[in-house]
Design a protein around this ligand. Structure first.
Ligand code: ADP
Length: 478
């Protein structure tokens, strides 16, 4: 017997009626770092740590009094170890078996924590056996499906099946039986109150320690609200794009149809002035001048508005346009202005950009005409250059004009936004809005940096989509 107790990796010892040690097995002696002679025949107090002795002595008393065994758990603070004490009566004394149960305790703690997580989860977490009988049902499941754990545990999961998904559950269980997992499967279930809800399901097999599949665990998230919001968002998007298209159509027709009557006002006012100007008094002539000027300005506005609506045309796969050529194309129209202002326009070698040439030309044209218009005393100097930043081309147009207070750097790109009156500089406030519209259509941005009195630099970026596509498609060699 002593041989056997000496050969196991657990502590054993016994005491006589005076609580003097009569036996200590080899494992315990090694743990204590003592020899048999140092222990046997000595009071048990010598053998045990302080905290442990109190506990032991109370167990000993119980066993001595009741002559039956006790089992208890003790935590030894200094060594952070959990022990199980098994104290039992033996002939002429008491035997004690001490078992280190720290690992078991840790596992229990993990389980308690996991159980708390399962309980506090908003998602329904349910386990069932391979026949679909519910084994566990957390609070989340109570909330999502309306059934309590008492109502569900031991019953078949088909209670929550939606009428048109009756066949789905056996199919899911079949897949689980063959060891498969089901991830984020969107389906419908019926709540206790009869309401059908949308859920997202993740089901995985539960294995026993031998690796055998014994059931399924299922996490179900109520996605009814998300589904409802998705549908609402889709409907809003449709309504928005319809409204947008209507608005564009309206702006286009309005500006198109306005041109004709405007021309009439303009022509007849001019005829009136030409044929009857002499006979009219000065005041009448002044009124006439105002209406001619008003009509001219309105014509310009309408023309710009038309351009603005045209710039809204989207294109999935824009062509590559040589920016040098685009710039060369528009320069001749600035010929007289350049000469008159003694301006110079220079540019670096520019790249090919993914835009329709008309659009690129329009952007260049608007920014350059502003640079010539908003000039200072000294002759205008404009320089165009471009650089690649990651997968975008960034084009910059620098001028030495009057500049813009940085506070207005954002708002000048808004429709009809101007920083000057028409007397100071003629304009409609549409040019930069057109530029922004065009650039954003191509997935780019437009901005300005400037110092009043020193000049401005306008930047716009255009993604080089072909390149990002090539990068994404390039196979990696492993
Ligand atoms: P418009 O020139 O017809 O007024 P834009 O939309 O082209 O309209 O420009 C909006 C405003 O931005 C202009 O009224 C002007 O105040 C300012 N702006 C544009 N370009 C420049 C520039 N290069 N230098 C200084 N101010 C500018």
């Amino acid at each position: 017997m002593a041989d056997m107790l000496n050969s196991i990796d657990e502590s054993f010892f016994s005491v006589d009626q005076n609580w003097d040690v009569t036996f200590a097995n080899q494992f315990l002696l090694t743990r204590l770092g003592k020899s048999k002679d140092e222990v046997v025949g000595k009071p048990v107090r010598k053998l045990t740590p302080e905290g442990m002795f109190e506990r032991l002595s109370s167990e000993f008393k119980k066993v001595a009094y009741e002559r039956s065994s006790t089992r208890s758990e003790v935590y030894d603070e200094p060594t952070r170890t959990w022990y199980e004490l098994h104290v039992f009566p033996i002939k002429g004394g008491i035997g004690t078996h001490i078992l280190n149960i720290s690992d078991r305790k840790k596992a229990q703690e993990v389980q308690i924590r996991l159980a708390a997580i399962v309980e506090s989860s908003d998602d329904a977490i349910v386990s069932k056996d391979l026949n679909g009988i519910v084994q566990s049902w957390n609070r989340g499941a109570e909330r999502v499906f309306g059934y309590s754990a008492e109502e569900m545990v031991g019953n078949h999961i088909s209670i929550i099946a939606a009428p048109d998904r009756i066949n789905e559950m056996p199919a899911i269980l079949q897949r689980v039986r063959s060891g498969q997992r089901i991830d984020h499967y969107e389906t419908k279930r019926k709540r206790k109150d009869g309401v059908i809800i949308d859920i997202s399901l993740t089901v995985s097999p539960i294995l026993d320690p031998s690796g055998r599949i014994i059931g399924a665990s299922k996490i179900a998230r109520d996605i009814s609200e998300r589904k409802r919001m998705d549908a609402e968002l889709r409907a809003t998007n449709v309504a928005l794009s319809r409204a947008n298209a209507d608005l564009q159509q309206f702006a286009y027709s309005a500006s198109h149809d306005l041109r004709e009557p405007l021309r009439m006002i303009s022509i007849y006012s001019q005829l009136l002035k030409k044929n009857y100007g002499e006979t009219l008094d000065e005041r009448a002539n002044e009124y006439l001048r105002y209406s001619i000027e008003g009509a001219r300005r309105m014509e310009q506005l309408v023309k710009d508005l038309l351009e603005y609506t045209r710039a809204n045309v989207a294109d999935a796969e824009p062509p590559l346009t040589d920016a040098n050529a685009a710039l060369q194309n528009i320069l001749p129209q600035f010929g007289p202005m350049i000469e008159e202002n003694q301006a110079s326009i220079t540019f670096d070698s520019l790249p090919e950009i993914r835009m329709h040439s008309v659009h690129l030309e329009q952007v260049f044209q608007n920014i350059i005409s502003n640079a010539l218009k908003y000039r200072r005393e000294e002759a205008p100097r404009i320089h165009v250059s471009a650089g690649k930043v990651r997968s975008e081309w960034i084009v910059s147009l620098q001028d030495n004009g009057i500049g813009i207070d940085q506070r207005y750097a954002e708002q000048i790109f808004g429709l009809f936004r101007r920083l000057h009156t028409n007397d100071e500089y003629a304009g409609t406030g549409v040019g930069l809005a057109i530029c922004r519209n065009i650039v954003e259509r191509y997935g780019g941005r437009i901005w300005v940096t400037s110092k009043p009195g020193e000049g401005s630099t306008f930047f716009f970026s255009i993604p080089d989509r072909a390149e990002s596509m090539v990068q994404a498609d390039t196979p990696t060699l492993v």
